[in-house]
Design a protein around this ligand. Structure first.
Ligand SMILES: CC(C)(COP(=O)(O)OP(=O)(O)OC[C@H]1O[C@@H](n2cnc3c(N)ncnc32)[C@H](O)[C@@H]1OP(=O)(O)O)[C@@H](O)C(=O)NCCC(=O)NCCS
Length: 176
């Protein structure tokens, strides 16, 4: 990842929106962060909603265009997310955010929502014409509600049966 690309550099801030005081940062993955990300896990019931981080890191090794991030709260690695950057036929870049997870021991503290907001802010800052999408497994109501509350609108079901949703609210009038 090179400077100036949306994958470069960390983003962060405190959690004024939720009343939390931890400093949350979303940092491009490094070798050292990878080791810590591999220790994170979701609950057994959630394992059908997201691939393991070890599978995601394997995907990244095979597809360097993926942009993986560690999510840190006060310096502790608490989560993982990545996005894929792909050009659409009309020259628009599609950023697909996926594999978001917060370790089961750290869930329910606002980290998932805040990390997602930070990633979205990073992608909105990209000056190129772009679309921001996400995907989630049907039945993942926590993810569905969280994405909807951030302005994602469900658009289709992909070939794997996952629901695709696109961020529309905060993009109107700002594309291109
Ligand atoms: C989805 C996930 C990332 C959310 O992370 P989190 O840090 O626990 O979520 P937050 O604390 O930021 O809460 C986000 C919203 O979800 C709600 N929520 C979180 N956990 C919940 C639960 N177990 N049941 C019901 N609602 C829940 C919160 O109330 C909050 O809603 P609000 O903003 O309207 O108050 C996390 O639950 C997770 O890792 N799940 C397994 C993997 C997964 O499903 N990833 C999504 C892949 S697309």
């Amino acid at each position: 990842m090179s400077g100036g690309k949306p994958g470069a550099g960390s983003v962060g801030g405190t959690g004024e929106a939720t009343g939390l005081t931890e400093t949350l940062t979303v940092e491009p993955l490094t070798a050292a962060l990878s080791e810590r990300v591999l220790r994170l896990e979701v609950t057994p019931a959630q394992s059908r909603f997201v691939a393991s981080n070890s599978a995601s890191l394997e995907d990244y090794r095979a597809e360097p265009d993926l942009r993986p991030f560690a999510i840190l709260a006060d310096g502790a690695v608490v989560g993982f997310a990545m996005y894929e950057e792909s050009p659409d036929d009309d020259g628009t870049i599609e950023f697909n955010i996926f594999r978001l997870m917060i370790d089961r021991r750290h869930q329910g503290r606002g980290y998932g929502r805040r990390a997602l907001e930070m990633l979205i802010a990073r992608l909105l800052a990209d000056p190129r014409p772009r679309r921001i999408t996400t995907c989630f497994v049907p039945g993942n109501e926590v993810a569905r509600r969280m994405y909807a509350s951030l302005g994602f609108v469900e658009t289709e079901v992909d070939e794997d049966g996952e629901i695709i949703a696109e961020l529309v609210a905060r993009l109107s009038g700002r594309r291109g």
